[in-house]
Design a protein around this ligand. Sequence first.
Ligand code: NDP
Length: 449
Amino acid sequence: MNGLHEKLRDIYEEVIRRNGGEAEFHQSVYEVLASLGPVVDKHPEYVDYQVIRRLCEPERQIIFRVPWVDDRGTVQINRGFRVEFNSALGPFKGGLRFHPSVYLGIVKFLGFEQIFKNALTGMPIGGGKGGADFDPKGRSDNEVMRFCQSFMTELYRHLGEYTDVPAGDIGVGMREIGYLFGQYKRITNRYESGVLTGKGMTWGGSLVRTEATGYGTVFFVNEILKAANDTFEGKHVVVSGSGNVAIYAIEKIHELGGTVVACSDSGGYVVDEKGIDLEIVKEIKEVRRGRISDYPELRGGTARFIADRNVWDVPCEIALPCATQNEINDDEARALVANGCRIVAEGANMPCSPKAVKLFADAGVTFAPGKAVNAGGVATSALEMQQNASRDSWTFAETEERLEVIMRRIHKRCLTTAEEYGQPGNYVAGANIAGFIRVADAMLALGLI
Ligand code: NDP
């Protein structure tokens, strides 16, 4: 309870009591509440009208059985989730995660984060998240299709372009979105493009959506650098993961003159002092759906693979965790600080534990939270919805420029809000407070619902 304003302690206690065993959800609520002390002092109405307590309780939680048959003819049963957390600003919006670790606590933490992230973008989207404990790894295309069709056969009744609009996340890329959209279209008999984002270009997708989270992450870091009269030129960067976010973060860093010297997957990491060759990573991950351990053989030279270790002991000036939650704990944070890292920006959702964030603050490392840093993905999803609604499609350059402007605005919003609430330069406070106020004001306006 340390670090929470006295008016927020009972709210947090209640969250723990009513959501037993959901450690990641508790963590994400704590992180936001810990920033809201100065807001509660200035605006007691948010507590008086129970806005904060209401925010911690999802509007709707859906849990369902997903039965399907694998290639051997065996029946498989998975569990599907959709947590529709808050729709004060617009339809519920947030991705679907397919990963064996998915349970209600992870979906709720992601959904809770999503509320503030979406608010920060300034766009008309509420917050939600979903997924299943299904592991697409090692499954054939047909198995993935049958799973997605079964998943959507239940979920479709809860979705709609004005109700709830899912997208991708870990384990859900364009292939899965295609199967999900196909089944939605078939069941509803409607070509309702705006019901899912992350679609392919020939069936309602937006240019730049694939690249958006990674590019947006790098645009945000570029703003941090600019604020210190610095650039990516000559910087060594470590990126964790080698999925959607990591790949396009690496691409943009190289475009801006930085060098990514290491990336990873759940089997280990590769170090390539000359700079990660992204074409090889794309071939492994996007074409072969293989493992990053194949990289050194394809690359040759001095590139090497280190099995079963995480990537954070590789020296760098900038670290971008782009894999999963809580991948940087005390030990990893200490290694980064000891090796001279100056900026840590979260491409993934909540990859840094609270202790790691504290260690960065104590060591003077600039830390930027995922809510702000990776918001470019959902912002571009909202741009995809805009194009769907107007039956229009914009060029790559136009869409990328919009993304960059949005990231610049988010960066500025974080800094001005942090300043306004007496914590200059604190991106965590700025992101949490700015996101919170936008949602809280809408909730007050809409009455007790
Ligand atoms: P992908 O599934 O495309 O890639 C995830 C990557 O992280 C893979 O390389 C995966 O390796 C690695 N990974 C996953 N779990 C672990 C683990 N426990 N240890 C080490 N590596 C791991 O997902 P995304 O790139 O889409 O998502 C990455 C993060 O970014 C997530 O936190 C997600 O919530 C967040 N995010 C994604 C957005 C998007 O638009 N896609 C938007 C905003 C946030 P392996 O293949 O071996 O599992």
